[in-house]
Design a protein around this ligand. Structure first.
Ligand SMILES: [Zn+2]
Length: 458
């Protein structure tokens, strides 16, 4: 596609977001256009009104689950839970948490008996076994609408040129002809994130320059990797008119945010969610990580599953209110987060997630049982000149391996310093093995993880 004049671009974007995409959604029997319009109004409601909306939707979901979903019918009967008696969001705490193993064991019983055209999904399983679950059209519409709303917070819209750096081989395999045509019309171009050799990275830079996208979308590790490559090549990328870089699916480190923002000359907007849990939260230009409260109730729980007060860190548990066809009620995400009691300066009433500290698997366990955040070890390696990329793998309480990609050889005293730093946190008798590698491949999903612990599992 050739570059076009600004006027032409605006016209095209209005056509796509106002006509083509709504038509596309209607053919697929999705309500995403209507839902998005509602969301654009309710985002300004005060928190009390949003809570009342959540409660009425929750009651509807639970009542439906009792009548139509065998798993919940049996559960409610076992624990004598009456959905009609729910009078507050905190009543959710009467229900058990839903984890992946419970979904696996009850996949069929979790389907609504009157659910129609359920689509089967399979998470990539980058952090454990894959999960198979089902999504109905109601939920698809709501997740599309929530993402669309957040896109518009950043002054970009469906139809604006976009480069997506993404993909597990499985997802990319699904790129058929129709999807290709749709992506072409929506001006979305996909660059596969799971193979990023030097030559591929050069091509990525060329593609981004040729397309001149309004927005980038991808894993923080992938976008910062491309940004670093542009810097190493001396290739300017901040003159393309990019408005925003959307990142999601991994923890976003400050260093990555700085790198992406500086290289591409645009702000970085962090998103949090997944195919399984839904579009949980997204950052606005004022920096608030807004929860999609109209569709998702977020609870923070401790290791025993007990509800924690606002401000305390614990596991993020979500109830997705648009999942009557295959309910996600109190679903454990495995991520650690903190709820904020303050509201955002932008004026939206949507509550905020203060911190998302990443997957619980970003944590390691020291020999004495202390839980250590992966960052504590990441900082040790970030400071070292000569290391261009790394990955920390805790094999056991007594063995941690560090794979490094080197720009220059490490001095013996540098190696000793790294070992000391690691031992100070993990335990003095831990065996630290440093291995040089030509490159560190991302996970099968295309995501990159700096820390993998085979000890700290949830
Ligand atoms: Zn905000």
């Amino acid at each position: 596609m050739r570059a076009s004049s600004p006027k032409e671009k605006e016209w095209y974007t209005s056509f796509i977001s106002g006509l083509f995409f709504p038509f596309h959604e209607r053919i697929k029997n999705h309500d995403s256009v209507a839902v998005r319009k509602e969301l654009e109004i309710s985002q300004w409601w005060d928190p009390k009104c949003l809570e009342a909306l959540q409660l009425s939707k929750l009651r509807r979901l639970l009542a439906h689950a009792e009548v139509h979903v065998p798993f919940y019918r049996a559960l409610f009967s076992d624990i004598s839970f009456n959905p009609k008696g729910v009078s507050s969001l905190t009543d959710l705490a009467y229900l058990p948490l839903l984890d992946k193993s419970r979904i696996r064991a009850n996949t069929e019983a979790l389907k609504s008996e009157n659910g129609q055209s359920l689509a089967r999904f399979n998470t990539g399983g980058s952090s454990g076994e894959p999960l198979i679950f089902y999504i109905g059209k109601e939920r698809v519409s709501h997740d599309v609408a929530a993402k669309w709303r957040a896109t518009r917070w950043w002054n970009v819209d469906i139809g604006d040129r976009e480069i997506v750096v993404w993909g597990s081989p499985i997802e990319l395999g699904a790129q058929d002809g129709i999807r290709g045509l749709r992506d072409w019309l929506l001006r979305t171009k996909l660059l596969p994130a799971f193979e990023m050799s030097e030559q591929k990275l050069d091509r990525f830079l060329d593609e981004i320059r040729a397309v001149r996208p309004k927005m980038l979308f991808g894993y923080p590790s992938a976008l910062s990797h491309i940004a670093r490559h542009a810097n190493a090549r001396g290739q300017r990328m901040d003159d393309l008119g990019l408005r925003v870089a959307f990142v999601t699916s991994e923890r976003l480190y400050d260093e990555q945010r700085r790198q992406i923002s500086e290289t591409f000359g645009c702000p970085v907007a962090n998103g949090y969610g997944g195919r399984d849990a839904g579009f949980i939260a997204h950052e606005c230009p004022e920096g608030g990580m807004h929860i999609t409260a109209e569709d998702i109730i977020v609870e923070i729980v401790d290791q025993q599953g007990m509800l924690l007060p606002c401000g305390e860190a614990g596991e993020i548990v979500v109830t997705h209110l648009a999942t009557k066809d295959f309910p996600f009620i109190r679903y454990r995400t495995g991520d650690i987060g903190v709820l904020d009691s303050k509201l955002c300066a932008c004026g939206r009433g949507l509550p905020l997630l203060k911190e998302i500290q990443g997957r619980s698997t970003d944590f390691l366990i020291a020999q004495d049982g202390t839980v250590i955040h992966g960052l504590a070890l990441i900082y040790i390696l970030r400071d070292v000149i000569g290391i261009s990329n790394f990955k920390i793998i805790q094999e056991s309480l007594n063995l941690t391996r560090i794979s490094v990609v080197l720009e220059s050889k490490l001095a013996p005293e540098t190696i000793a310093k790294i070992e000391q730093g690691f031992k100070a946190r993990l335990g003095q008798t831990v065996n630290i093995v440093i291995e040089e590698m030509a490159e560190i491949p991302p996970e099968k999903s295309g995501k990159f993880r700096y820390v993998v612990s085979k000890v700290a599992t949830v």
